[in-house]
Design a binder for this molecule. Structure first.
Ligand code: ISJ
Length: 356
């Protein structure tokens, strides 16, 4: 299920299930299945959770959403802790200065055990109610990670939308915390828009998308300067990009595989950054991959899998993640704080006020 400001898409019933992305993509192109929904992992060699649903049900309005839940965390384990994350960032900056990599996105995860069970549907509703755009998603990832496991989240970031021959992307990179004080909130946003460090961080993503889109598209239109957009918790730099496919039969799933993981969640060059992430963080699973859908015409929409959690079958254990792009002028303490305010999307939906 994907909830977006312009409507919902829900895959109902399972005709066929795929853990291999290429197999799923080939089945769609061959007309063996009429549509696909689900999640692609960060590393496409890992198992995906894609299904060909019996019906792809669309709705005109987003999920209305609900208020936050009222769970408490009875156990919290951070991977890694604050000191280790700052050290990782400092080390990444050294690699950047040495010229090994231009940008790399480092993330932390948090394992929580809740005092009371949460059902995937109520979690998704709380996530949808927590942001003005009613963005939310939920995917049964049991085929990849164990029966009963769900991936839920409220990603604000569109990897791509494809309709006919038109492709649009809406990358985010460059972040600052929202504030309850309107004056502080405005000043933070203005600072973000003028920050050379954040503009550089953002440009890596736009450059990557232009280059990859250029392989399949003409008329790539991307403004030279990003604009400000926000969620309830975070300010972002954003760039709307539009391009025209040379072959309109190219599917949204194939585009997701071509474009992602972008330097918003991985880095530049992609292969070097992905290797650093694997060495430093280990397996990311579905975090920083993509969730979405694709129909028989190849139309569809894929979101970057961020501001998300993987909920275990017991309904009480979950893992959530947050990361940030590291560039030459990043500051380890600021990067640590960035992971904390990005984690708030999931924590706020659960009603958890503070992490230890
Ligand atoms: C990696 C995350 O977010 C991404 C990284 C951003 C950044 O570094 O500024 C901004 C938005 C996202 O593209 C995350 O939320 O975990």
């Amino acid at each position: 299920m994907l909830s977006r400001p312009h409507g919902t898409v829900r895959g109902e019933g399972v005709v066929r299930s795929f853990t291999d992305v290429d197999e799923a993509s080939a089945a769609l192109r061959a007309g063996e299945v009429a549509s696909l929904t689900g999640a692609i992992p960060f590393d496409v060699r890992d198992p995906a959770a894609l299904i060909a649903p019996a019906r792809l049900r669309t709705g005109e309005a987003p999920l209305p959403g609900t208020g936050p839940l009222s769970r408490r965390a009875i156990s919290t384990v951070l991977h890694p802790g604050a000191d280790e994350h700052r050290e990782r960032v400092a080390h990444a900056i050294k690699r950047i200065v040495a010229g090994d990599v231009g940008k790399v996105v480092l993330a932390r995860s948090v394992d929580l055990v809740l005092d009371e069970e949460v059902r995937p549907d109520e979690f998704i509703d709380a996530l949808a109610g927590g942001n003005a755009g009613h963005n939310a998603f939920g995917v049964d990832v049991g085929a990849a990670t164990g029966s009963g496991t769900w991936l839920v989240g409220a990603s604000p970031e569109v990897l791509l939308r494809k309709s006919g021959s038109t492709v649009t992307c809406h990358p985010y990179a460059g972040s600052a915390a929202r504030s309850a004080d309107p004056a502080v909130d405005r000043a933070t946003a203005d600072e973000l828009l003028a920050s050379a460090k954040d503009l550089a961080e953002h440009a890596f993503v736009v450059d990557h998308l232009r280059e990859r889109l250029g392989l399949l598209c003409d008329d790539i239109d991307a403004p030279s300067e990003p604009k400000l957009e926000s969620t309830g918790e975070v300010w972002h730099l954003a760039t709307p990009i539009r391009a025209t496919l040379r072959d309109p039969a190219t599917t949204a799933l194939d585009l997701a595989l071509l474009l992602g993981p972008t330097p918003a969640v991985c880095g530049t060059p992609s292969d070097v950054a992905a290797q650093i992430i694997r060495d430093v963080e280990g397996d990311r699973g579905f975090y920083a991959g993509a969730v979405g859908w694709c129909d028989a015409a190849g139309d569809g929409e894929w979101m970057v899998t961020i501001r998300c959690a993987e909920l275990a079958a017991d309904g009480r254990s979950l893992r959530t993640w947050a990361g940030g792009g590291i560039v030459e002028h990043s500051d380890p303490q600021a990067e640590l704080e960035e992971t904390a305010f990005k984690l708030r999307t999931v924590l706020n939906a659960l009603g958890i006020a503070e992490l230890p």
